[in-house]
Design a binder for this molecule. Structure first.
Ligand code: PHB
Length: 389
């Protein structure tokens, strides 16, 4: 008995009788905003990731999966960097994950590159995030990818003059650039462009300026959450709506996490996006049901799905590599991977390591008494146009 036990220990130590990594834990270091104005991001991403683990077991290829969560508080790149450094050096994580905002992903990319640690980006959506390390793979979206479709929709729906309002940092710049490009190439006119502060913006002066300019529509990108709620409130209160100025946006604005807080003023807002709680597919119905069962007080949103899909990607890669999570092997296995997500079919682009996916045109409507982003058109398998030189 004793001999057998010793033999087993030796065998495991040398990786005999299983994959080379069977005895190791799989440590995933999650860098996320868990406090501050963007705390909802961390919560949603973790909800999705943990839901996947609870459904598929906490072991993959014999490796016990552990999530180690570090709070980077939102837009604080120094904190994100320090958190990732600790995760790599002290905790010796195998994989980095999370990343709520672009400055966080930008700060950690070089560490992933240097340490050759796979980095699964589950929200940060500036197009160039994926270029900051060859070991990055993204399961969320890219701003130009979710912006171009609403610009095309505007052109087809009689909107000729647009004022753009974007948050003054990476994703806002991407959204502005793509909107202006698609809209003007299609014959539309940009009558004003403004960039608003990322932290604690006061939208009043910008809203007044937009109103005075009398465009057909205002195009908005602000990071999902409280800012969108504040913008919509101001848009109504200052009478832009009553003046016939339409509000069009990426779906970050009408995110399910804040849709109830927006209330009926959100009705009719047009957006383009990759995920809606109301997406009509068997996979999404199952997802939404499981989500409410696990988290009765939250609505499933795009961040939760990116966390869920991020974990799915990790599990599928590990199955393919027989448990090997080392940077080069992990990324080679991730490239070209396809699956049916709650959002629809997705592919990890073999060239860019970004995610190719359907983008839907949606309108906020009431469905069974609840505000929902109802999808009524789709641009299938859409690659991020921001990657084109
Ligand atoms: C980002 O910082 O990259 C970001 C944050 C919130 C969003 C989209 C992008 O809704």
């Amino acid at each position: 008995m004793r001999i057998n036990k010793t033999l087993l220990a030796v065998a495991l130590a040398f990786g005999v009788g299983g994959s080379a990594h069977a005895a190791d834990e799989l440590k995933i270091g999650m860098v996320l905003p868990m406090s501050g104005p963007f705390a909802g991001y961390g919560q949603q991403i973790l909800n999705g990731a943990r839901l996947y683990i609870s459904q598929h077991g906490d072991t993959v290829e014999g490796r016990k999966v552990t999530l180690i969560v570090k709070d980077d508080t939102g837009v604080a790149p120094e904190l994100s960097k320090r958190a990732a450094q600790e995760l790599i050096v002290k905790d010796k994580v195998n994989i980095l994950g999370g990343f709520g905002l672009t400055p966080s992903a930008f700060a950690v990319g070089p560490l992933s590159a240097e340490a050759k640690v796979p980095m699964v980006v589950m929200n940060a959506a500036t197009s160039s995030v994926t270029t900051k390390s060859p070991y990055i793979v993204r399961t969320s979206m890219a701003l130009p990818q979710i912006t171009a479709p609403i610009a095309s929709w505007a052109l087809k729906n009689g909107i000729k003059k647009v004022y753009t309002v974007v948050a003054d940092y990476g994703p806002g710049h991407d959204a502005e650039k793509q909107f202006v490009k698609t809209f003007t190439e299609g014959g539309g006119e940009i009558v004003g462009e403004v960039r608003t502060p990322v932290k604690n913006p006061d939208f009043s002066p910008f809203l007044q300026k937009v109103k005075d300019t009398k465009p057909d529509a205002v195009f908005l990108f602000v990071p999902a959450g409280e800012q969108g709620v504040a913008f919509l409130k101001g848009y109504k209160e200052r009478g832009l709506d009553a003046a016939g100025i339409k509000l069009i946006s990426t779906g970050d604005l009408t995110d399910e996490d804040v849709l109830d807080a927006m209330g009926d003023p959100a009705l009719g807002v047009m957006t383009s996006f990759h995920y809606s709680e109301a997406h009509d597919s068997p996979e999404n119905k199952t997802y939404v049901q499981a989500y409410y069962k696990a988290y009765p007080d939250k609505r499933p949103n795009f961040m939760s799905v990116a966390g869920y899909d991020g974990m799915r990607l990790i599990y599928d890669v590990l199955k393919k590599t027989k448990g090997d999570a080392s940077g080069d092997t992990f990324i080679a296995a991730a490239k070209g991977m396809k699956w049916e997500s709650p959002r629809g079919p997705v592919t990890i682009d073999a060239e860019t390591r970004d995610i190719d996916q359907n983008i839907y045109i949606r309108k906020v409507e009431k469905v069974n008494g609840k505000l929902q982003n109802v999808e009524f058109d789709v641009i299938p398998n859409f690659k991020d146009p921001g990657k084109q030189k």
